[in-house]
Design a protein around this ligand. Structure first.
Ligand SMILES: Nc1ncnc2c1ncn2[C@@H]1O[C@H](COP(=O)(O)OP(=O)(O)OP(=O)(O)O)[C@@H](O)[C@H]1O
Ligand SMILES: O=c1ccn([C@@H]2O[C@H](COP(=O)(O)O)[C@@H](O)[C@H]2O)c(=O)[nH]1
Length: 238
């Protein structure tokens, strides 16, 4: 069998995708399927760090946050990602994966704080590290947290696992004529205002020469195919 194309990856899991077909929250079958995908690549010896979103629970820019102080709403959003991270680590434990949740916000009774050398140690020990609470700062997103943590841990690539199977010329959920790119440069994605990730995340990855692969978390086997370097999703590159 051929070898994985990467040794260390930063996997950004969409919070929204965790809902499955439910209107909000965490769908059990969906989280179990996602974790099975992660288990498959962890078994290949790939070091996996995860950043989980919070869109299935709360977003600082959601209608429910209207009238709230933005920073307060954003802290709520970050706390939502902590809940998802706990659920994810627990689901991993059920399938025999040792996971460690590290939070960018101090919440020591619940999870340990993010300490970079400790995260690197866990990865080298073969544990999956789940980064919770985004960057720890309001006015950012978990996509930016993925870019930041990916650069910090010297990941070879950021894998954005989402509900769509790549980067399109327009939001494929809104425009049926949108076409998918096989690859696209960071500058092009930013210039065209492609909303699949925020511009801050694109710019950080561009400056750090950290490629991003956008692919579907819903498509069976897609994560393993990406890890094996097979044709899947869209590569965003310098
Ligand atoms: N040009 C585009 N190409 C592909 N997807 C796009 C584009 N523009 C907008 N989108 C939308 O971007 C969304 C990205 O989804 P995703 O759930 O990963 O977002 P997210 O904000 O990172 O989620 P969460 O915050 O829950 O983690 C897709 O659902 C897709 O409809
Ligand atoms: O660094 C961060 C990360 C997230 N937030 C807030 O949390 C929600 C949920 O994150 P998503 O990336 O949208 O899944 C986000 O909308 C922000 O409100 C943050 O403030 N800082």
């Amino acid at each position: 069998m051929s070898k994985p194309a990467y040794q260390r990856v930063l996997l950004k899991l969409s919070g929204e995708a965790l809902m499955g077909d439910d209107p909000f929250g965490i769908n059990r079958a969906t989280i179990e399927r996602m974790v099975a995908d992660v288990a498959e690549v962890a078994k290949l010896g790939v070091q996996v760090a995860v950043v989980i979103g919070g869109g299935n629970i709360f977003r600082g820019v959601a209608p429910g946050a209207q009238g709230m102080d933005r920073a307060t709403a954003d802290y709520m959003g970050m706390l939502a990602t902590v809940m998802n991270a706990l659920a994810l680590a627990d689901a991993m434990r059920h399938v025999g994966i040792t996971a460690r949740v590290m939070s960018a916000i101090g919440i020591e009774q619940v999870v340990e704080p993010y300490v970079r050398p400790k995260a690197l140690q866990y990865l080298e020990e073969g544990k999956v590290v789940v980064f919770a609470a985004g960057t720890g700062n309001p006015f950012f997103t978990t996509d930016t947290a993925a870019a930041l943590r990916g650069a910090e841990i010297s990941a070879e690539i950021v894998l954005k696992a989402t509900k769509v199977d790549g980067v399109y010329s327009a939001d494929p959920k809104k425009d049926p004529h949108a076409t998918r790119y096989e690859s696209i440069t960071f500058d092009e994605a930013i210039a065209k205002h492609l909303q699949v990730m925020d511009a801050t995340a694109f710019a950080l990855c561009r400056d750090q020469k950290l490629p991003i692969k956008v692919f579907s978390i819903v498509k069976p086997g897609a994560l393993t195919r990406v890890i094996m370097g097979e044709d899947e999703g869209t590569l965003v590159h310098v």
